[in-house]
Design a protein around this ligand. Structure first.
Ligand code: 5AD
Ligand code: SF4
Length: 480
């Protein structure tokens, strides 16, 4: 994900950096552009939740007869699904809006819409002050798109940034955009109630709510039947998933849900993201252990390795508590990989406290991390209560130290895999060669290996690792 993350080169695993801002479309739909059919063009920024939301938007537009296109010049509707998580993400979006404005000038009648987190954060500013957009639609208002488009076509501004306590889009079957046909995301909950002091998400995405468990299982089953072999259950905080069956009044926890999806088919792999350390229970860990098709990989953002800073961040755990959680994961699943999100230079962080973040990377032995320097976000608790007092050069230097260490730790982690054989789900051709496949193992590591006849994307195979970089394992296919 994380568009302004300087660290991703070679380290990205779950989120493909290449996809930031890429125009998404559905292969099939793009082949023909019949006269009279209206087209939409959509770009997505930010986290996987946003990419997944774009698929919901595409589905809603598909129902209205719109087709997707990769060419904004022919689009009747240009949409940008935005991120507010750091200042840089917002700057990128503003630049793109200027580009869209030019397209609009050449093709009057084209509507430009801002979706997602910035919509909620900037609302009228985008419509009134900058006059670059016709539609502003927050993450809980996508069902309103057709109505808002009609409003905008009549020359009025279409805006809905209402945040819902219920909306989960449970009944909408997402239109898979730019899909490899093998892996897909399923949104299981929306919003966040955690109130980490640095984070804008509770303000842009609203309160936490969980989606109907049966609709999730139905979506996973449908994907499996269509040939998909891996689903990632998505939410800002998946471990606090909780859904009450209105008929039986039984509560489905995240552990229960994991099991329900794991039972769809043993050949359907399950991943999930993101976990808040405070919510991941032993029950979840034992469920992971019980099912081979639940991947042995946990994204467990630490944010800081120092207890005082964690307290300021309102993370609700301290260093010791987090370390115990990591110990517990490795105790229950010795083969589990753990990754993290880390923020350098949070308000008042000292050099000693920064050192504790570095030592946490080694202690937890993260397979990879997403690493950022702190960027103050208006309206957050940190912006209101604490001074953003670490000079930019210091933040950047600390971040570089974090990146350097994580790269070493990732490399050592990967070197440990040399000589081992893994079950790999083939996702497609490797980036460098059509003679090679790429695919991931349970631990979410990307493997690259020469093709053998008879195998195709969506198949499982066994790969013996012969070599490693800090980002990739290089191997050869072997018999099970
Ligand atoms: N500054 C820097 N990084 C941030 N993140 C969230 N808010 C901020 C911020 N204000 C990071 C956290 C989070 C990830 C999605 O983005 O590490 O886990
Ligand atoms: Fe960005 Fe967070 Fe919104 Fe995702 S949820 S788009 S990361 S602000």
């Amino acid at each position: 994900m994380y568009d302004d993350n300087p660290t991703l080169v070679g380290l990205t695993k779950t989120i493909d950096e290449q996809r930031q801002g890429e125009a998404f479309f559905q292969e099939q739909a793009a082949e023909a552009h019949p006269e009279g059919v209206r087209h939409f063009y959509i770009e997505s920024y930010g986290c996987q939740m946003n990419f997944s939301d774009s698929e919901i938007v595409a589905s809603i537009l598909g129902q209205e007869g719109y087709q997707s296109t990769r060419n904004m010049e022919i689009a009747d509707l240009i949409l940008i699904n935005t991120c507010s998580i750091r200042e840089k993400a917002e700057d990128t979006v503003r630049k793109r809006l200027r580009v869209f404005d030019k397209v609009k000038n050449n093709r009057p009648g084209t509507l430009v819409g801002v979706l997602g987190c910035m919509a909620e954060r900037l609302k009228t500013k985008l419509l009134d002050e900058e006059k670059l957009v016709d539609l502003v639609i927050g993450p809980d208002a996508y069902r309103d798109l057709p109505k808002l488009i009609a409003t905008a076509e009549d020359g009025d501004k279409g805006i809905n940034v209402f945040l819902s306590r219920e909306e989960t889009y449970a009944d909408i079957n997402p239109m898979r955009l730019d899909s490899n046909g093998v892996t897909a995301f399923i949104s299981i909950m929306r919003g966040c109630d955690n109130m980490c002091s640095f984070c804008v998400v509770p303000f842009t995405r609203g309160r936490e709510r969980s989606r109907n468990a049966f609709s999730i299982v139905a979506e996973a089953t449908d994907l499996y039947e269509r040939g998909y072999r891996e689903v990632t259950l998505l939410g800002q905080n998946v471990d606090s998933y909780k859904w009450e069956n209105p008929e039986t009044e039984e509560t489905v926890t995240f552990a229960n849900l994991l099991e329900m999806v794991a039972l769809v088919h043993p050949d359907l792999r399950i991943r999930f993201s993101t976990s808040h350390p405070k919510d991941i229970t032993d029950e979840v860990l034992y469920t992971m252990k019980k099912y081979d098709n639940i991947c042995k990989y946990i994204h467990l953002p630490v944010q800081s390795g120092n207890s005082r800073v964690l307290d300021l961040m309102n993370r609700t755990y301290d260093r010791e508590w987090y370390m115990n959680k990591v110990r517990r994961i490795y105790e229950i699943m010795p083969d589990c990989a753990i990754s993290s999100d880390i923020i350098a230079g949070f308000c008042s962080e000292t050099e000693e406290e920064h050192q504790e973040t570095l030592s946490m990377i080694e202690f937890a032995n993260y397979s990879m991390s997403y690493m950022f320097y702190y960027s103050e976000r208006p309206g957050t608790m940190a912006a209101r209560k604490y001074e953003d007092d670490i000079p930019l050069e210091v933040k950047k230097r600390r971040l570089q130290e974090i990146i350097r260490l994580q790269t070493q730790v990732s490399f050592a982690h990967n070197k440990q895999d040399i000589g081992k054989t893994f079950k790999v789900l083939i996702e497609g051709d490797s980036r460098k060669s059509d003679q090679q496949f790429k695919g991931r193992n349970s631990q979410n590591k990307m493997l690259v290996f020469d093709k053998q006849p008879g195998y195709q994307p969506g198949d499982y195979c066994y790969v013996k690792v012969n070599d490693a970089t800090s980002a990739t394992l290089i191997g050869e296919m072997v018999q099970a």
